[in-house]
Ligand binder design. Structure first.
Ligand code: NAD
Length: 287
């Protein structure tokens, strides 16, 4: 009989983080501090609307006050930046998150740079990214943080581990590579120009796939016993699938995240932690 991989249950881990976050928020409340998150949604992208809803309901379960600022599809870069500057000034807003992508080909770079680094709960500001690269993790991107959280929570040793990351985006691959290096893993980063993907992925004791290509990782590309994190979120017909052939890879991996229910909930849970961290630091309440 084939022994299937253990499931890394992102939902269960996220539920634990929510509980922990609620306790942290209560400790702040005892000092009269209510941690606050503001999200900024430009336009009416249905997937973005769904992510915003998920983030706000997680906040409400964790004792974090949250509000969404809705800007019209036709907003200019200047209008988005003006709204961010308003939120930067508010003491009751500890974290600011600009939901991506922006509509109409608007470049988010300048808008993201206008978020005060201490309120940048997505960790995309160059100051936070640069500091991550220098080995000082202040506020860091939530998806990589969720993967690191799960690995540490599951007691998986990163020092010296062979890590392969598929995808080199600013949101996932690059910051995750830096976080893995900060923990002394050996890291290979692959992308669309990698000549022989399987040659690299087969080395991985920890394989993280964030490409946005359904079925990209097949069983024969995975090292037996590997921990596989599937970041991809793809709509195929009426199903949501990741980048990994889940059933087949489960027959060889040691553990694997499902899609949905894996990295997604962990990402949202890390937003709670980052907002609390920002609130604690801004109010001198760090533990
Ligand atoms: P992106 O489009 O910015 O980057 C994709 C990366 O994958 C690039 O580095 C590209 O070179 C690489 N790639 C594309 N095709 C490839 C191929 N055939 N072989 C090897 N590499 C390939 O995407 P992103 O924002 O990093 O997101 C990637 C996926 O992860 C998407 O499906 C996205 O929806 C999902 N995502 C999920 C979460 C979550 O919380 N679960 C968070 C962020 C992104």
């Amino acid at each position: 009989m084939i022994k299937l991989a253990a499931i890394i249950d992102g939902k269960a881990l996220a539920a634990e983080v929510e509980k922990e976050s609620l306790a942290r928020a209560k400790r702040l409340a005892e000092k009269g501090i209510v941690p606050g998150l503001a999200t900024l949604l430009v336009g009416e992208n249905p997937a973005s609307q769904m992510y915003i809803r998920l983030k706000h309901s997680a906040c409400s379960r964790a004792g974090i006050r949250s509000e969404n600022v809705l800007l019209p599809e036709s907003s200019t870069e200047e209008e988005i930046i003006a709204k961010i500057q308003e939120l930067n000034q508010r003491e009751d807003v500890n974290g600011i998150l600009l939901q991506l992508p922006l509509p109409g080909g608007l470049n988010p770079q300048r808008a993201m740079m206008s978020i005060l680094p201490k309120k940048d709960v997505d960790g995309f500001h160059p100051l936070n990214m640069g500091s991550l690269l220098l080995g000082v993790e202040r506020l860091v991107p939530c998806t990589p943080l969720g993967i690191i959280y799960a690995l540490e929570r599951l007691d998986i040793r990163l020092e010296g581990a062979e890590v392969v990351i598929v995808g080199h985006s600013n949101v996932v691959g690059k910051p995750l590579a830096a976080m893995m290096l900060n923990r002394n893993a050996t890291v290979q980063v692959c992308h669309v120009f990698t000549r022989d993907l399987a040659e690299h992925t087969r080395d991985a004791e920890i394989l993280v796939v964030a490409a946005g290509v359904p079925g990209l990782i097949r069983k024969e590309m995975v090292r037996p016993g590997a921990y596989v994190f599937d970041v991809g979120i793809n709509r195929v017909g009426d199903r949501t699938v990741g980048d990994v052939e889940y059933e087949a890879v489960s027959e060889i991996a040691g553990a694997i995240t499902p899609v949905p229910g894996g990295v997604g909930p962990l990402t949202v849970a890390m937003l709670l932690r980052q907002t609390l961290k920002a609130a604690e630091e801004q109010t001198g309440s760090s533990q």
